[in-house]
Ligand binder design. Structure first.
Ligand SMILES: [Zn+2]
Length: 90
């Protein structure tokens, strides 16, 4: 892992090896108005224009990761993605 990447701020302590689900932000269980990508800070929202509306999230929908950061860090963080969720969302 390249720890000099500006996006890495200790996320490996709580995001290594977790299960991620590719979800629409509007399907979240939390009541927050918006969230930020855990790595780059890109905003997720289904009510604010210009924000991401889907991405990778933890089981509880509290942590969101954009597609870019997912592909950049998926090998280092060893995420397990639930492919069944992808199939049912089509
Ligand atoms: Zn990101």
């Amino acid at each position: 892992m390249d720890l000099s990447d500006w996006r890495l701020l200790g996320q490996e302590q709580y995001l290594t090896g977790v299960a991620l689900f590719h979800r629409n932000y509007s399907d979240r269980k939390t009541s927050t108005d918006h969230d930020h990508c855990e790595f780059c800070g890109t905003k997720f929202s289904d009510s604010i224009p210009g924000c991401l509306t889907k991405g990778y999230t933890t089981m509880d929908d509290y942590r969101w990761i954009c597609d870019n950061c997912f592909s950049d860090f998926k090998d280092d963080f060893k995420w397990a993605v639930d492919s069944q969720i992808d199939q049912t969302s089509k």
